[in-house]
Design a binder for this molecule. Structure first.
Ligand SMILES: [Ca+2]
Ligand SMILES: [Ca+2]
Length: 179
């Protein structure tokens, strides 16, 4: 029973994309889930007096999970909630979680824009192909969103150079390499 009284401490590292506009001042939170399905609460990542999640930064945060039975995280949910009226888009490269108890590092690749109110759920070391993606609906929504962005822009663009210039930085990688 002693386990119930020992918190689990984690250090959460978050890498923000390094191009202009990729940083945010919105509220960022994570939910961790272990292999037995236990979920942490929504942990807000916020360092006092620090401007977190700016372009190119690797920020680190300490979080504690009260439930001592919580194991090591295998799933991660990443949330962005608007801080003000402005929708401050954020591009996250990855989240890495260090368990202080086991000294294990858990890597959660993100490599995408995180939409306000639409949490991204990723599995540890997730490198699945699109057709094997467990989060099919999420993937479809992303594709639809890309179409919404790209289609009107293509009509107006006169060539690839202009196309590249007109897109939000970071959105173009998957799309262009998939062609
Ligand atoms: Ca931004
Ligand atoms: Ca910030």
């Amino acid at each position: 029973m002693w386990n119930l009284f020992s918190k689990k401490n984690f250090t959460v590292y978050v890498k923000t994309g390094d191009r202009l506009g990729m940083g945010t001042d919105d509220t960022i939170s994570v939910v961790l889930q272990d292999e037995s399905g236990l979920r942490s609460g929504k942990c807000q990542l916020d360092n006092l007096l620090s401007n977190d999640f700016e372009s190119g930064r690797l920020d680190s945060f300490q979080i504690a999970i009260e439930d001592g039975n919580f194991g090591d995280p295998v799933y991660l949910e990443l949330h962005r909630d608007k801080f003000g009226f402005h929708d401050d888009e954020w591009y996250c490269e990855f989240v890495r979680v260090l368990s202080e108890k086991t000294n294990q590092v858990h890597m959660f690749p993100i490599h995408r824009w995180v939409r306000a109110g639409c949490p991204i759920k990723v599995k540890e070391d997730d490198a699945v192909l699109p057709q094997d993606d467990e989060n099919v609906i999420q993937r479809q929504e992303e594709l639809q969103r890309k179409r919404d962005i790209y289609v009107p822009a293509f009509k107006e663009a006169t060539g690839m150079i202009m196309v590249l210039n007109e897109y939000p930085v970071g959105c173009d990688h998957e799309f262009l390499s998939a062609k």
